[in-house]
Design a protein around this ligand. Structure first.
Ligand SMILES: [Zn+2]
Length: 161
């Protein structure tokens, strides 16, 4: 893979959006568009085209309209969806804490005052290394939102061995 793929995900696949971001992939979401637009499919196609994103959708017709840029995701379970993408060589299954799962911004080193101000952050001498979203000001660290996800992805990696 010469450069990492970027994705655009439809409204039906919300959890997939969050997982792709936790894996570090630049992932746009239809959820960021105003709801109820009858031309949403066309907007998604244009967005994918403009930013060279791979369109992942639960809508077979929309996937077809996107041509080589679109993938129809028929799997219902998140792990099966990730396995589908991995089998096609689109993603690697390893969590990288580089991107906010909520807003897709790149994470930065967490400022001290943000760590002190977050009552949900673990404390201690040898605390974890914190990453921070400058846009939604959410702290991330290995073991936060990631434990469950890393566990599930490990299961998947073992499954495909
Ligand atoms: Zn964010």
């Amino acid at each position: 893979m010469t450069h990492e793929p970027r994705f655009l995900v439809d409204r039906m696949l919300g959890p997939l959006t969050r997982y792709l971001r936790l894996l570090g992939y630049d992932t746009g979401s239809a959820d960021s568009l105003p709801p109820g637009n009858p031309k949403e499919d066309t907007n998604l196609l244009q967005w994918a085209e403009r930013e060279e994103r791979i369109l992942l959708t639960r809508d077979r017709e929309l996937a077809g309209r996107a041509g080589g840029r679109g993938f129809y995701i028929g799997e219902k379970e998140i792990l099966d969806q990730l396995a589908f993408l991995k089998e096609r060589g689109l993603i690697d299954l390893s969590v990288r804490l580089i991107r906010c799962s909520i807003c897709n911004s790149l994470l930065e080193d967490a400022p001290e005052e943000e760590i002190r101000g977050a009552d949900y952050a673990p404390t201690g001498e040898r605390g974890p290394t914190f990453r921070w979203c400058p846009s939604c000001r959410r702290l991330y660290w290995m073991g936060s939102h990631t434990d469950d996800i890393i566990g599930r992805i490990d299961t998947l990696n073992q499954r495909s061995e």
